[in-house]
Design a protein. Structure first.
Length: 341
């Protein structure tokens, strides 16, 4: 609540009770110098007046705010919703709070968010970079201020900061093993942007996995784009314009796979009869596809828990910084591809 001059302060409470501000401050902090009766009187008065403590100001005197800044690309993607939920649960258990910001996949908003969070004196930063991020200046700025930073899911190439990402090399290889075993040989890849770690790593892993089976890497069938549904739709349209179609498409994530589903349906193509589709994603979303999407399963909860714990450990000096943690993936067969092609 606001008083006539602004938010209710401890001095306002003290004036109403005809006591000193120090008495009010100690009472609100449950200090042993203050009687139980006075503590209760101060608390009742503070509540009736709508007093809200300035946690940032209080904690700054201790040079710690017990807050963690989180930067994610968007909230529409259910992957990030599950991930953020896990981060909140994890840091809460360790006596921290989060300040959540969204970059909307734009590096300018991402940079503004990080500067604002630094200004709020957060104890650490958890960042999943936007798909338009192409440098590390803003992250260097945070590190120079002494703010521990952990990237999760998407990381800046060559950064010294810690990161928690999925083991795409192993996950892709196991998926291609299963795909080849099912009989597929002509395989395309709808890739993300190469400046983003997941786009670059999944593309490289795709190439390596094909070559390990002696399969040709058709450059025209590796189509770079973003990570959204419309990117998958456009990639499918471009693929059709090239003439010969592949037997299977491996999409950089499930949203891109969804765009490919829509484009295939509009083109009158059946999945998996005419073309099969596989995507990186997580099992909770597969039932949203018809037929259910075969996925290289990535657990957002495990990612969020691991990243949050790593950052808190760095803040509290329990681990050495610059950790690179990989989380294993698992290929889940589903109706979007045939078992025996």
């Amino acid at each position: 609540m606001m008083s006539g001059k602004g938010p209710v302060t401890q001095s306002d409470i003290a004036a109403k009770l005809h006591v000193s501000r120090i008495t009010v401050s100690k009472a609100l902090r449950d200090h042993p110098d203050i009687s139980v009766e006075m503590k209760e009187k101060v608390r009742r008065t503070a509540e009736s007046m709508g007093y809200s403590p300035n946690l940032v100001a209080a904690n700054l005197s201790q040079r710690k705010t017990n807050t963690i800044g989180v930067v994610i690309p968007d909230l529409e993607n259910s992957f990030f919703a599950f991930l953020t939920d896990s981060i909140i649960d994890t840091v809460t258990e360790r006596n921290y709070r989060i300040i959540l910001t969204v970059s909307r996949e734009k590096r300018e908003i991402e940079a503004l968010n990080i500067r604002n969070l630094a200004g709020m004196r957060v104890d650490g930063l958890l960042v999943c970079i936007s798909q338009t991020t192409d440098g590390d200046e803003i992250f260097d700025y945070a590190v120079k201020l002494g703010i521990p930073l952990v990237f999760f899911d998407r990381a800046v190439r060559g950064s010294d900061s810690s990161s928690v990402t999925f083991n795409d090399r192993l996950g892709t290889r196991e998926a291609i093993d299963s795909i080849v075993k099912a009989g597929y040989r002509k395989i395309a890849h709808f890739a993300g942007y190469s400046n983003i770690s997941i786009g670059r790593d999944r593309r490289n892993s795709f190439r390596s996995a094909l070559m390990s089976h002696g399969l040709p890497v058709e450059k025209k069938w590796i189509i770079e784009g973003g990570f959204e549904t419309e990117d998958g739709y456009r990639a499918f349209e471009k693929l059709r314009s090239l003439g010969e179609m592949p037997e299977l498409i491996m999409a950089v994530n499930d949203r891109v796979a969804l765009g490919a589903y829509r484009a295939a349906s509009e083109a009158g193509l059946k999945i998996p009869g005419d073309i099969a589709i596989v995507g990186y994603g997580f099992c909770e979303t597969t039932s949203m596809f018809t037929p259910p999407l075969a996925v290289i399963n990535q657990d957002p909860r495990k990612l969020g828990i691991t990243a949050a714990n790593l950052l808190v450990d760095e803040i509290e000096g329990k681990v050495v910084k610059h950790s690179k943690i990989l989380i294993d993936e698992q290929f889940i067969f589903n109706g979007s591809m045939k078992k025996n092609f």
